[in-house]
Design a protein around this ligand. Structure first.
Ligand SMILES: *Cc1c(COP(=O)(O)O)cnc(C)c1O
Length: 352
């Protein structure tokens, strides 16, 4: 063995969902929003010149930070922004999870958490969700180096009541607690109201799902001024110019259109509730998802088989070959037309 191989940081990277190149597939596999971003985003794009590219961006992304702060009625010092919430979460892990004690996150959850923990060499433990795929709050009362979980959880869509989140916070005042609210706009209750009370709480959200801008890579975090200051210190020690000027300007335009967000998220939630009825008729069972996806299992047809035949039919959904969830599919909520095509295929394929 060559000596330098010992000095390489070897990691098993996160595997994102497939991005098929064929134009006509029905893409229900990566929780993208089926509707375009706010029309204000396109207006802003049309106003842009190549000067946006020639110059360095504003390293503080002041315009975007101010717009987010205003929208959520916070001070600008309470807002951190990054290149998608993946970047924001990675910065949070790097900044706040530096204890010898293990950080805690669920056994079934966003599959990037263990990747970052491995990358940054953070010890971790994964308390099991219960049989109903719910987080058991008491599992998070033991000594730890930090806590992180999504609400609603991914890929289950299960939301945790705010009172339970507060119980976890109350039992964890010596560490940072991160609530990943990537799907919060689809019906669950945000922990935003707890910010004033818990200075160790960080809330992470994204433009990728409810604001239809996954391709622009914009994420943000809310926290106490002190936590946000520490996050910025780490970020500026790593790379000052993470967010490009186009993302800053288009993101600002999107935040300022709360009416459009309201309209599209309502539409997706309505389609989701219809999907629950349709899929139940077809022999599926599922959690009461409060996200823009359903997490489903069929009474007789194995999930892996369905995943394969759906893909052959040009309908992409997500399958996780992992313990406890290897008979489940995660189906992103598309437009009504896309969902109708899914039900039609399943009606034909599944035994009656
Ligand atoms: C989609 C997702 C993210 C990351 O989204 P970005 O596109 O990086 O903003 C983070 N956490 C969860 C739970 C997600 O599902």
């Amino acid at each position: 063995m060559r000596e330098w191989e010992n000095n390489i940081r070897k990691v098993t990277p996160y595997t994102p969902g497939e991005q098929p190149k064929q134009p006509d597939v029905i893409k229900l596999n990566t929780n993208e929003n089926p509707y375009p971003p706010s029309p204000k985003v396109l207006d802003e794009l049309r106003r842009m010149s190549t000067d946006t590219m020639r110059k360095y961006p504003d390293p503080t992304a002041r315009e975007l930070v101010s717009a987010i702060a205003e929208e959520y009625r916070l001070r600008t010092e309470q807002v951190f922004v990054g290149v998608g919430s993946d970047d924001v979460l990675a910065m949070c892990f790097l900044t706040f999870f530096n204890s010898q004690k293990p950080i805690l996150f669920p056994d079934i959850t966003y599959s990037f958490y263990d990747v970052w923990a491995e990358l940054f060499r953070i010890p971790y433990e994964r308390p099991a969700l219960n049989e109903k795929f719910e987080i058991v709050k008491e599992d998070y009362y033991k000594e730890n180096g930090g806590v992180v979980f999504p609400n609603p959880n991914a890929p289950t869509g299960v939301q945790m009541p705010l009172a339970d989140i507060e119980d976890i916070l109350r039992h964890n005042q010596d560490v940072i607690v991160i609530v990943d609210e990537a799907y919060i706009d689809f019906g669950a209750t945000s922990a935003l109201g707890l910010l004033e009370k818990y200075e160790n709480l960080l809330i992470v959200q994204t433009f990728s799902k409810s604001r239809s801008m996954a391709g622009m890579r914009i994420g943000y975090a809310f926290g106490s001024e002190e936590l946000i200051r520490h996050l910025n210190d780490v970020k500026y020690s790593f790379n000052s110019y993470t967010m490009n000027e186009t993302a800053i300007r288009l993101g600002t335009a999107a935040v300022c259109d709360s009416e459009y967000l309201e309209e599209t998220r309502r539409r997706i939630m309505a389609t989701r509730e219809r999907a629950k009825q349709e899929l139940a008729k077809l022999g599926f069972s599922f959690t009461d998802s409060q996200a823009n996806f359903l997490f489903v299992t069929h009474e007789s047809c194995p999930a892996r088989e369905l995943f394969e035949v759906l893909k052959e039919a040009g309908i992409y959904v997500r399958y996780f070959d992992k313990p406890r969830i290897d008979n489940y599919l995660r189906i992103t909520i598309g437009t009504d037309e896309e969902m109708d095509a899914l039900y039609r295929f399943l009606r034909d394929y599944l035994p009656v």
